[in-house]
Design a protein. Structure first.
Length: 178
C-alpha cells in the first residue's frame, strides 16, 4: 500500500496538476486551501441539516468546489483538458436555489445581521465568510490572468448570497421547511 507521506512538500513547495510546482503560499494554493476549508464547513453544515433536499444541494455545491479546485490547481496550458469546468449552468442552479429561498417566508431578511441564531445557521455563516474569502482570492488570480474562467467569480459570488439566505432561513429553526 502506498503511503500518504511523500516528503515532496517538506521544502515548502507543492505540485500542480500536469506538472510544475509552486510555493505552498502561492495564491493558487491559498485559493485551493480556502475551497477545501469551505467544502469542509459545508460538509459540517450538511451533517446538521435535517432537510434532505438541502443536504443534496450542499453536496452538489461541494462537488462544484472540487471542480473549481481542480481548475485552480492545474497548470494553465492543461485546464481545457480537464473533464469538467465550472459553467453557466452551475450558476443558474445556484440562482434557482436563491429564488427558492427568497420565496420562503422568513427568508427575506437582507440586512446585515449577527450570526448565531442557531448552530446550523452559524455553521452556514462560517461557510459564507469562507466563500467570500475564496471569492476575493479568485478575483486576485483573475485580475493577474492566472485564472481565466470568469464563471468561477460569478459562482462564488452567488454561493455567498445563497449561503447568507440559507443561514437566515435556518436561524432559530432546527426544522427547516424548504
Amino acid at each position: 500500500m502506498k503511503s500518504i507521506v511523500t516528503k515532496r512538500g517538506d521544502k515548502g513547495e507543492t505540485s500542480l496538476y500536469r506538472g510544475g510546482s509552486v510555493a505552498k503560499n502561492h495564491p493558487r494554493i491559498e485559493l485551493g486551501g480556502a475551497l477545501d476549508e469551505l467544502c469542509s464547513f459545508l460538509g459540517m453544515s450538511k451533517s446538521l441539516l435535517k432537510n434532505k433536499k438541502m443536504k443534496v444541494c450542499l453536496a452538489e455545491i461541494q462537488k462544484d468546489l472540487f471542480v473549481i479546485g481542480a481548475e485552480v490547481s492545474t497548470r494553465p496550458p492543461f485546464v481545457n483538458k480537464l473533464k469538467r469546468l465550472l459553467n453557466s449552468c452551475d450558476i443558474v442552479r445556484l440562482e434557482e436555489l436563491i429564488e427558492l429561498l427568497e420565496s420562503k417566508n422568513g427568508c427575506r431578511k437582507l440586512a446585515f445581521c449577527l450570526p448565531g441564531g442557531s448552530f446550523i445557521s452559524s455553521s452556514i455563516d462560517v461557510s459564507r465568510a469562507i466563500a467570500r474569502r475564496a471569492e476575493r482570492q479568485a478575483t486576485a488570480l483573475f485580475k493577474k490572468k492566472h485564472l481565466k474562467n470568469h464563471n468561477i467569480l460569478v459562482y462564488l459570488n452567488r454561493l455567498s448570497d445563497f449561503l447568507f439566505l440559507l443561514a437566515r432561513c435556518c436561524e432559530g429553526q432546527e426544522k427547516e421547511s424548504f
